[in-house]
Design a protein around this ligand. Sequence first.
Ligand code: NAD
Length: 254
Amino acid sequence: MANHTAVPARRLEGRTAIITGAGSGIGRASVERFLAEGANVVAVDIDGAAAEATVAAADAGERAVAVTVDVTDAAAVQRSVDLALERFGSLDVYYNNAGLPQVAALVEDVDDETWRRAIDVNLTAIFLAARIVVPIMKRQASGVILVTASMSGIRPRPQLCAYTAAKGGAVVLARQLAIELAEFGIRVNSVNPVSTDTPMLSQFGSGDHTTAKATPIGRLGRADEIAAAAAFLASDDASFITGSALQVDGGRGI
Ligand SMILES: NC(=O)c1ccc[n+]([C@@H]2O[C@H](COP(=O)([O-])OP(=O)(O)OC[C@H]3O[C@@H](n4cnc5c(N)ncnc54)[C@H](O)[C@@H]3O)[C@@H](O)[C@H]2O)c1
C-alpha cells in the first residue's frame, strides 16, 4: 500500500486557493497537494511562522504565500482575500480547514469559553469567510468553498459536545451554502475525516477514538488522504458535486 496518495494530474492549474490552518496537519498537506496540482496558494494560519514553514518546505516560488490570520477575525480574513486577488488575480477556492479541538469532558464540565471558542473557530469562521468570498465568486460566476468538518459532526462521540455541535453545524452550513449558491456557479462541500494522524489528535484525550480502533479499516487517517479528497472536490472532476458531506473515514460512518 502506498504511503502517499498519488497526484494524478495538475487539475488546479492556474487556480488560486486560500487554505486555512495551513501551518500543520491537514492544512499543510493540502497546501502541498494543491501546489502539486498547479494551484496558487495563500497559506493562512493563526501561527504565521508555521504557515511560513509550510510555504518554505513546499518550495513553490511565487505560487505560494503565507499570511497570519485568525479566522475568527473578519478584518484579517479580508486582508488574506485581498492578498490573493492582488497577487494572483482571482479567488477560485476558499478552503475552511482551520479548526480547534476540544479536550474530552462531560457536558456539565464544559465552560462557556470552551463552548464559544469551539463554535467561533469551527463554525462562525465559515460564515465570516463566506460573507467575504461569495460576492467575489458571484462576480466570477465560479468558485469552490470547502470545509473540513468531521465525522464527529455526523456521528457524535461522547464528551465532545462543543466540538461535535460546531462540526455538525459546519456540515449543515456547507449544505445550506451549496443550495443558496448553486445557481451562481459556486460549489460548496465538506470533507469529513475520522481520527487523523496530525498534531491535533492527541488534544482530544486518549480514548479508542484516537487509535487505530477508530475505524473499520483499522488505522488512523493520514493528512495526505484528506488533502486528496479536498483537491478532488476543488477540481472540475467534482463539477457536478455540491452539498456533499464526503466521509473520508476508513468506514466509520457505515
Ligand atoms: N486530526 C483529526 O483527527 C481530525 C478529525 C476530524 C476533523 N479534523 C479537522 O481537520 C482540520 C485540520 O485539523 P488538523 O488535524 O490538521 O489539526 P492541526 O492541529 O494539525 O492543525 C490545525 C491548524 O489550524 C490552526 N488554527 C487553529 N485555530 C486557528 C484560527 N483561529 N485561525 C487560523 N488558524 C487556526 C492551527 O494553528 C493549526 O496550524 C480541523 O478543522 C479539525 O477539526 C481533524
